[in-house]
Write a protein that binds this ligand. Sequence first.
Ligand SMILES: NC(=O)c1ccc[n+]([C@@H]2O[C@H](COP(=O)([O-])OP(=O)(O)OC[C@H]3O[C@@H](n4cnc5c(N)ncnc54)[C@H](O)[C@@H]3O)[C@@H](O)[C@H]2O)c1
Ligand SMILES: O=C(O)C(=O)C[C@]1(C(=O)O)C=C[C@@H](O)C=C1
Length: 297
Amino acid sequence: MSVLIKRLTLIGVGLIGASLAQALRKRDLVGEIVGVDRRRASLDYALEQGIIDRVETHAARGVEGATLVLIATPVSTIVSMVEDCVAGLGRGVVVTDVGSVKGRIVERCEALMPEGCAFVGGHPIAGREHSGVEAALASLFDGARTILTPSSVTPRWALELVTEMWESVGATVESMEPHWHDQVLAATSHLPHLMAYNVVNTLSDLEDHLRTEVFRYAASGFRDFTRIASSDPTMWRDICLENKDAILSILGRFKSDLEKLTKRVEEEDADGLYGIFARSKDTRARILQENKILRGE
Ligand SMILES: NC(=O)c1ccc[n+]([C@@H]2O[C@H](COP(=O)([O-])OP(=O)(O)OC[C@H]3O[C@@H](n4cnc5c(N)ncnc54)[C@H](O)[C@@H]3O)[C@@H](O)[C@H]2O)c1
Ligand SMILES: O=C(O)C(=O)C[C@]1(C(=O)O)C=C[C@@H](O)C=C1
């Protein structure tokens, strides 16, 4: 394959940014990769591993001569990162991001684009509970989905470049309206993370003796359910702040369902309990059958 991106500037050389850089590099799809990050140790590691070719400390200098700029920092910083790099953008540069929340971020980044440049909102639905450049994997997006959130102002050429980039590293690309994306992801990704964090905290707040026993006997069910509670607290704090309304809405529904379940237990309602569990088991079986990405195929 020929080079797709002559010069990529990666702002945020962490798990997602470095994984994409590695995946592009492995396929010879990128010429030069310039890294910008506030953590010097991440830049040094990325240089040593050949994930990036050179380091720039200032975003505006880092994007000079870039074909594509990828912002891969926490969601609370994406707009200010774009503000910082605007002065260095040449004509025809595409700026894209990987943030887990899109609505207002996309609106504000689009509005910051100088004449001839374009912002394309993006979100790979793939990740790990480990963060940082040391956790990067070239195979992370293989078989995953990436959601792009173009709007009426997104030029076709910019959308095509970002689409081709994600498809070339093995992802299936789909488009979504940014605020709709935030509602959907609040349910499918943000709610489960909040639940996992909360379950671990509920158990760790138990009285000393009980807590020790609870964690001692924790097994595969606990491990599978709470894997994502090992995720980066900064990332999840920022997601909650940025997607507040959609998260509150789905949490409200979850609380009401939990109350119904609590009532069924209180009333020793065997049929009611069976109904709740059977419906959930059937739903999960059906969505696994319909969704080959979820099955890991
Ligand atoms: N981890 C996941 O599973 C996952 C999946 C999809 C999307 N995302 C999104 O991708 C983005 C990056 O997440 P990640 O998991 O790669 O995080 P990460 O912590 O591994 O990487 C983020 C990098 O940004 C750097 N950084 C933070 N603030 C900065 C600043 N002000 N200036 C310069 N650099 C800064 C950090 O030093 C770090 O190297 C987030 O917006 C997140 O919502 C994460
Ligand atoms: O596999 C994981 O560890 C993840 O949590 C990845 C996951 C998710 O599926 O919810 C988390 C947040 C991102 O925005 C996208 C993907």
